[in-house]
Design a protein around this ligand. Structure first.
Ligand SMILES: NC(=O)c1ccc[n+]([C@@H]2O[C@H](COP(=O)([O-])OP(=O)(O)OC[C@H]3O[C@@H](n4cnc5c(N)ncnc54)[C@H](OP(=O)(O)O)[C@@H]3O)[C@@H](O)[C@H]2O)c1
Length: 334
């Protein structure tokens, strides 16, 4: 075994405001032994997700992360020892291992994944990010060729793929992102038709210039003021794919909601629909086949932001919430 101890990052304290390094603590524990039906895993790559912060606010589609527990998080991990018939040493899985070197988990909480190169693609294009972009846009947003699709957090892991899938489907695609460098990257490298820097000047005016025919599909990763700006520019019968609300994650109580709701929804006959990517997991094979074919045809570019070392995971999450990442952020543990 590579290490005698299991390094673990605990959520030392539930943040009341902005998340900081002081809310985490690195500790060591013995490597756990699997019981019958369980598997011992070596964590390889930890996925950094905006949702990590939302889980600290209370129960969502999963239980809240509480003070003193190992920080929760999805990861690609390798089976070291199995006491479950369905897994063998060397298998790769996706699981909520938490932020640690090793974890034991019941076999039913593991998803076996193929061994592909690079392994990082299991967390980006073929992982939650790619599947969220695929199902959220195609099944919730239902874009038609010629539609204008707007996506927020557009330079992030989900958003960067949403925009490219929108282009594959023949839409005009506008990204909203923080900073000119990210906006330039979206247009020049990823083929978005336009990008709007929400941190400079009037978002409403910039959005109107970038989407002169109005918005048919808005893929909402952020909520708050950006959702509000988009709602006012939706076309009649438009669809809002409600994917996340990152603007409301890193603080205490959520801020007041967008103005104009429900009036705008009524008058413009809008559909706002939330989803969790797992809702569509029965159709995952088809989604992965489509994503793989777009990758091999060179129609989809995947950006990954890999940070080295378990000890850097808190900093990596704090940075993601501040917009430091471009594409899918993850931490290489082993
Ligand atoms: N429904 C589902 O099943 C599902 C699954 C996965 C993810 N999600 C959601 O997808 C969204 C993206 O998450 P991710 O983990 O993939 O992260 P990500 O998009 O890779 O990174 C988050 C980005 O959000 C932007 N951001 C941060 N605060 C913001 C604010 N106040 N207003 C506007 N933009 C802000 C930052 O970029 P800028 O520099 O552009 O600000 C940052 O880079 C989140 O809302 C997450 O909850 C949903």
């Amino acid at each position: 075994m590579a290490a005698a101890k299991n390094r673990q990052i605990l959520l030392a304290e539930v943040p009341k405001g902005k998340l900081g390094p002081e809310h985490f603590r690195l500790t060591e524990a013995p490597i756990p032994a699997p019981k019958d039906g369980e598997v011992l895993l070596r964590v390889r790559l930890i996925s950094l997700d905006a949702a990590n912060r939302a889980w600290m606010q209370g129960a969502t589609y999963r239980e809240a992360v509480t003070a003193g527990s190992v920080m929760a998080g999805g990861a690609i991990a390798e089976v070291v020892e199995s006491k479950a018939p369905s897994f063998s040493a060397g298998d790769l899985v996706f699981a909520d291992t938490g932020w640690q070197d090793y974890a034991t988990l019941p076999a039913k909480r593991l998803v076996k994944v193929p061994k592909i190169e690079p392994m990082t693609h299991l967390l980006s294009v073929y992982g939650v990010a790619g599947l969220t972009a695929y199902f959220g846009l195609l099944r919730i947003g239902e874009p038609k060729a010629g539609d204008t699709v707007v996506v927020s957090a557009a330079a992030g892991s989900v958003g960067s793929l949403v925009g490219q899938i929108g282009k594959i489907k023949g839409c005009r695609v506008v990204g909203i992102a923080g900073g000119q460098a990210k906006c330039d990257w979206l247009v020049k490298d990823l083929g978005f038709d336009a990008a709007v820097d929400y941190k400079s000047g009037s978002l409403a005016k910039a959005l109107k210039d970038a989407a002169p025919k109005g918005i048919d599909v808005y893929f909402d990763n952020v909520g708050g003021d950006i959702l509000e700006a988009c709602l006012f520019q939706m076309n009649n019968g438009g669809r809002v794919a409600c994917c996340g609300a990152i603007s409301a994650y890193d603080g205490a109580a959520p801020p007041a909601g967008p103005r104009g709701v429900p009036g705008l929804i009524v008058v413009k006959r809008l559909t706002l629909k939330g989803f969790i990517v797992t809702d569509f997991f029965a159709e995952r094979d088809k989604a992965i086949a489509d994503l793989a074919s777009w990758m091999s045809a060179g129609k989809l570019k995947v950006e990954e932001d890999v940070i080295d070392g378990l000890e850097n995971t808190p900093r990596a999450l704090i940075g993601l919430l501040a917009g430091d990442n471009r594409g899918k952020r993850m931490v290489k543990v082993a």
